[in-house]
Design a protein around this ligand. Structure first.
Ligand code: ZN
Length: 200
């Protein structure tokens, strides 16, 4: 029996048909993308999330920015900025930045590895459906760019007073933004749902 696919934009139902590699199926009514055939989606999801995990660790452990002012140097990590905002009384902003730049990306990466790793080895992990749903739901919340925005706002204020040097953490964070975007694009939930269905 062919399965039906609803357009996520206009809800029109379509009968699902197999696609060739790199093809995509479009809604006949609104032209939105229904599904695509991404070869190697699982392998690329796993590799990119593994790289992202390493970058996230480096970005958080190594110094992000150093400020030098009148002979004194202050080294800052990602979490320093969050603590500073918290101490200044900007608690909701501190929490938002912590969530968007550390917690949500970490959860995205770990859930991506949890889903793609075992499937690549032909095993279906126990909480596959739940973790895949979490991975898809988190995507709009993992906004690493929001942290950079906050950093730039601070830099504009300090630039005239102090010498600012980006550290290893900042370079890793920049690379993390690119790798995370590639990991998001590589993940195809349809591949996961098909494997789950086939295992039943
Ligand atoms: Zn549509």
């Amino acid at each position: 029996m062919a399965s039906a696919v609803a357009c996520e934009f206009c809800d029109l139902l379509h009968e699902e048909r197999p696609l060739a590699s790199r093809e995509k199926a479009l809604c006949v009514r609104c032209g939105g993308i229904l599904y695509r055939c991404q070869p190697d989606s699982l392998r690329r999801t796993f590799a990119l999330n593994l790289a992202a995990l390493a970058l996230l660790l480096v970005a958080n452990v190594y110094p992000f920015l150093s400020f030098s002012l009148e002979g004194q140097t202050q080294v800052n990590r990602i979490v320093t900025g969050v603590i500073l905002l918290w101490n200044l009384g900007y608690v909701p902003l501190a929490l938002l930045i912590l969530f968007a730049s550390v917690i949500a990306p970490a959860a995205m990466i770990l859930s991506g590895l949890y889903v793609s790793g075992p499937l690549l080895r032909g095993r279906v992990p126990r909480h596959l459906a739940r973790v895949t749903r979490l991975h898809v739901k988190l995507a709009p919340w993992a906004m690493l760019e929001i942290y950079l925005l906050a950093v730039f706002a601070t830099l504009v204020k300090l630039a005239s007073m102090a010498t600012i040097t980006p550290g290893m953490g900042a370079w890793a964070f920049g690379a993390l933004i690119l790798v995370s975007a590639a990991a998001k694009a590589a993940f195809d939930p349809q591949v996961v749902w098909k494997r789950l269905e086939a295992s039943r």
